[in-house]
Design a binder for this molecule. Structure first.
Ligand code: ATP
Length: 274
C-alpha cells in the first residue's frame, strides 16, 4: 500500500492555474465541483449530490493534475490509488483495499478538519472493465466494493465524498459504473491544441533560463499531437541539452533537439512493446 500512505495525503497544493489549456474541461469540472462547495444550497433544492466524475482522454493530458486541482479548489483532502495496484491480487484483497481507501479518506478529512474528501482512482478501466465470463472474479469483487462505497454516499454525511476516476479507455468501462448516481459526470481531457501547447510550454519554462529570442509559438507549431506530459518532458530535455553545452540559456536549437528526442523516445517505446 506504499504509494498511498507515504504521500502527504492532505489538500494538494496544485491549482487549476497550474494546468495549461484544458479550459473547457476545467470549466466543466469546476461547475460540477461547485455542487460540492455549495452543499447546503444543493440539499435545500433536493438535488442529489454528485458522487463520481469520470475524466477520460489520452495518456499524459493532465487528468491526475485535474483531480488534484479539484481537491485544492474544494479544500478537500485527497487520497489516490490506481487500477494497476489491483493487478494480480488475491481474491478479497482488492475489495478490502477499496474499503480501506474510503475509510482513509473519511479519517483524513476528520483529522484535517475538512468537510470533504476526494478519492482519485487512476486507470479505472483495469478494475472497471466490462465483465466477461467468470475470468475476472477478483476485479468483480473490487468493482462491486467500489460501487457499494459510492452507493453509500449521501448528501447528509459528515464528510462529503467525491470519487474522481481517470481512464484512457472509456469504451472499455462496465456500464454499471456509468449509471446515474455513480460516474454520471463525464469530462473529456483531450490533447492540447496550439494555444494550449503554448500555455503548457510557458508553464514548464517559467523557472528555466530561456534565451530572449526563443519563439514558444514555433515550438508549439512543431509539436502537434504532443500531450502535456510530452511537452513537460521536452522542456526538461532542452534544459539538459543546454547544460551539456554549458550554455547559460536554453536556445531555440536546444528545444528543437528536444522535440526530436521526445519523438524518438516515443518511437523506441512503441517498438519495444511490439
Ligand atoms: P496518465 O493517463 O498517463 O495517467 P494523466 O492524464 O493523468 O496521464 P498527468 O499525470 O496529470 O497526466 O500529467 C503528467 C505530467 O504531465 C504532469 O505532471 C505535468 O508535468 C504534465 N502535464 C500534463 N498535462 C499538463 C497540462 N495541461 N498543463 C501542465 N502540465 C501538464
Amino acid at each position: 500500500r506504499g504509494s498511498r500512505t507515504k504521500k502527504k495525503d492532505s489538500v494538494p497544493d496544485l491549482s487549476f492555474e497550474d494546468i495549461g489549456g484544458q479550459n473547457r474541461s476545467k470549466g466543466e469540472l469546476k461547475e460540477a465541483l461547485d455542487f460540492l462547495i455549495h452543499r447546503d444550497r444543493i440539499n435545500q433544492y433536493g438535488i442529489r449530490p454528485i458522487k463520481g466524475i469520470l475524466l477520460s482522454g489520452p495518456p499524459g493530458t493532465g487528468k491526475t493534475l485535474m483531480a488534484k486541482a479539484a481537491a485544492h479548489y474544494t479544500d478537500s483532502v485527497f487520497v489516490a490509488t490506481s487500477g494497476s495496484e489491483f493487478v494480480e491480487m488475491y481474491v478479497g484483497v482488492g475489495a478490502q483495499r477499496i474499503r480501506d481507501l474510503f475509510q482513509e479518506a473519511r479519517n483524513l478529512a476528520k483529522k484535517k478538519q475538512k468537510k470533504s474528501a476526494i478519492v482519485f482512482i487512476d486507470e479505472i478501466d483495469i478494475i472497471g472493465g466490462q465483465r466477461e465470463g467468470s475470468q475476472h472474479r477478483e476485479y468483480d469483487q473490487t468493482l462491486n466494493q467500489l460501487l457499494t462505497e459510492m452507493d453509500g454516499i449521501s448528501a447528509n454525511m459528515e464528510i462529503q465524498l467525491l470519487v474522481i476516476a481517470a481512464t484512457n479507455r472509456k469504451d472499455m468501462l462496465d456500464s454499471a459504473l456509468l449509471r446515474p448516481g455513480r460516474f454520471d459526470r463525464h469530462i473529456v481531457v483531450d490533447l492540447p491544441d496550439k494555444k494550449a501547447r503554448i500555455a503548457i510550454l510557458n508553464l514548464h519554462l517559467k523557472n528555466k533560463p530561456l534565451a530572449k529570442n526563443v519563439s514558444v509559438e514555433s515550438i508549439s507549431d512543431e509539436t502537434f499531437g504532443f500531450s502535456g506530459a510530452q511537452l513537460e518532458s521536452l522542456t526538461n530535455e532542452a534544459a539538459i541539452y543546454a547544460l551539456r553545452e554549458k550554455s547559460e540559456v536554453i536556445a531555440q536549437k536546444h528545444l528543437s533537439q528536444a522535440i526530436d528526442k521526445v519523438m524518438m523516445g516515443e518511437k523506441t517505446d512503441r517498438e519495444a512493446t511490439q
